[in-house]
Every structure is written in C-alpha cells, then in structure tokens.
Design a protein around this ligand. Structure first.
Ligand SMILES: NC(=O)c1ccc[n+]([C@@H]2O[C@H](COP(=O)([O-])OP(=O)(O)OC[C@H]3O[C@@H](n4cnc5c(N)ncnc54)[C@H](OP(=O)(O)O)[C@@H]3O)[C@@H](O)[C@H]2O)c1
Length: 291
C-alpha cells in the first residue's frame, strides 16, 4: 500500500501514519506546514501542500493507492487558526483532494467527519463536513467515513485552564458524550482504509462522561480543587451570531460548541483509552506533544 495522509501535522494524522507504517505501508504526509517540520521515521516523505490549490496535489498523489484525510480548518477557538470558516477551507480543499485522488487512480479514500450530524446539520461546521461526504458518495471512489465524537487532544486546553484554577463551562454540564483518544481513532481509521466495502460509521471512546465530569477530571489530573464557572449557553449563541460576519470560523465554532455542550453526543464505543488516563499522561508529560 502507498498511502497519502492529508493533515499529517495533526495528532490524528500522525497516529494514522504511524499505524500505516506499522502495517507495512509507505506513507507520504501533506499539510501546509509539513515541509518545514521534522519528518518522523514512520513517514517516508513529507511535503508542504496547500490543498486549496488543486495543482499542488498532483505530485504527492502520484503512485498513491490509499488516501486518508483529516484535513480541515482548525477546531481550536483561537484567532491564530485563521478567519476562513469550514465551508471555505474543508469543503474546497477536500473536494480538490477527491478530484486529485480520482485522477491519480487511487483505490480508496477515508475521510473524517463529525458525530451527531443528523441532529446538528443546521450548524455550519457540521454541514461543511457532510458536504465533503456528499462529494465522496458521488465521486465513484471506494470510500469510508468516520464520524467521531471529540478527540482527547481537543481537551488539552482544559488541563491548562485547570492548572490556572478555573474552567468556564457552557450550560449546566449535564450533556453526555464519549470522547475518543486520537490514537484509538487512528487504529479504526486504518481498519476502514484497509477494508473494501463502503463504510460510514459514528465512533467514540469507551467511557461516557458528562461535560462537567470532563472538567473535574482535568482538575483531578493537575491535583487542584475543581472551580467551574457556569456560562449561560445563550451568551455563547449570541457571541456566535455577532462574530459570524467578522470572524466566520470562530463564530461557527462557538455555535457548534454551544450545541455539543448542551446536547448528548454518544456513539458506538471503540478503543481502550479513557480520558482520566489521557489527562494523567498529558499532565505527567507537562503537556508536551505525545510521541
Ligand atoms: N478535534 C476534534 O475533537 C474533532 C472531532 C470530530 C471531528 N473533527 C474533525 O477531524 C478533522 C481533524 O481534526 P483535528 O482536531 O485533528 O484538526 P487539526 O489538528 O487542526 O488538523 C487539521 C490538519 O489539516 C491541515 N490543513 C488545514 N488546512 C489545510 C490546507 N489548506 N491544505 C493542507 N492541509 C491543511 C493542518 O495542517 P497545516 O496547518 O500545516 O496546514 C492539519 O494537519 C477535522 O476535519 C475536524 O473538524 C475533529
């Protein structure tokens, strides 16, 4: 297998590359910043490619048999991730990737969307991911789609907040979810990439927790007394509304977070790793990148 991992600089992309390499695949990794980063030993070749520019995809796609994409605008609610929202990044970039894969005769492509899309299709973040899924369905390619709950890596900022002594929480914190370790998700992603049938699968981790419990686990990991500041979700929805015209990605993200913080999002359980163990591991490592 010759695999292309689009989004190689993400925690998930790296874990997928590691697993592909362990199963004997030759891996090329792409992202905008990949070329300027140190290439890990499990990646054969790493290139800087902006997938918004379709002409940049032909070269890395040469000879590739399988493509995995977790490419998308950042889900971190910071301004450093850029202003452009998911419909202006994820949709055109992955549409280009699908077209380039088809042109290059790629056998199979696996894409990462988001859990709970049926109840959240009104949210732009979710709609953008499902627009890519739609492209994939009509592409003629053999494909798989994984729709995960929140990745453990997305909760890293909670540890920093816990260390500072306060975590703000949108809504009452009673909504349930089963987040998944990026490494467990990677194993499932490679299984789906190695399969041949059409697969669309919602996926989460083994442990069901409320949003409040996640914050408590972060405090527990840094050995501090929990101090949680409840924030009315209506305030977040108002912020999402006024931000949208000025800072579309941030506005769309806040709207999404406000939804998931107040609605249960529990899917099929997969993997072994729990959030308590992950927080303990991250805290012990001083929140440095995982190897
Ligand atoms: N995090 C979660 O909890 C979660 C949950 C469900 C679904 N998802 C979805 O899963 C996917 C991966 O999430 P993540 O948290 O791992 O994201 P991430 O860390 O922000 O990774 C996104 C990757 O895409 C690359 N990228 C962005 N724009 C690009 C472009 N124009 N051309 C080429 N590469 C580009 C980034 O690298 P460069 O910056 O170097 O380009 C990065 O490697 C996203 O679609 C996300 O919406 C995430």
């Amino acid at each position: 297998m010759r695999a292309l991992v689009a989004g190689i600089t993400s925690r998930l992309g790296d874990a997928v590359a590691r697993e592909l390499h362990a199963r004997g695949a030759t891996v090329t990794g792409i992202s905008r910043s990949a070329g300027s980063r140190t290439k890990p030993p499990h990646v054969h070749e790493q290139r800087s490619v902006d997938a918004l520019n379709v002409s940049e995809l032909a070269l890395p796609m040469q000879g590739v048999t399988h493509v995995f994409s977790c490419l998308g605008a950042s889900v971190q609610p910071t301004l450093s991730g850029g202003r452009a929202s998911f419909d202006r990044v994820d949709v055109p970039a992955n549409t280009n990737l699908i077209a380039a894969a088809r042109d290059a005769g790629v056998e199979r492509l696996v894409y990462v969307s988001v859990a709970g899309h049926e109840r959240a299709s009104h949210l732009r973040y979710v709609a953008a991911h499902e627009a890519v899924v739609q492209q994939l369905r009509s592409s003629g390619l053999s494909y798989g789609v994984l729709r995960p709950t929140g990745f453990f890596s997305a909760f890293d900022s909670m540890l920093s907040m816990a260390r500072m002594g306060l975590i703000p929480l949108l809504g009452p914190g009673t909504a349930l979810t089963n987040p998944i370790d990026d490494r467990d998700l990677a194993l499932a992603a490679v299984d789906v990439l190695c399969a041949s049938e059409r697969i669309e699968r919602d996926i989460g981790g083994p442990q069901r927790v409320t949003r409040r419990r996640i914050a408590e686990l972060a405090f527990q990991a840094v050995e501090r007394k929990p101090r949680i500041l409840p924030v009315p979700s209506v305030l977040a929805r108002f912020n999402a509304w006024w931000m949208r015209p000025l800072l579309p990605r941030l506005g769309d993200l806040i709207a999404f977070y406000s939804h998931v913080m107040t609605h249960d999002c529990v899917t099929e359980a997969h993997g072994e790793r729990t959030l308590d163990d992950y927080f303990a591991e991250r805290s012990a490592a001083g929140e440095t990148p995982l190897g």
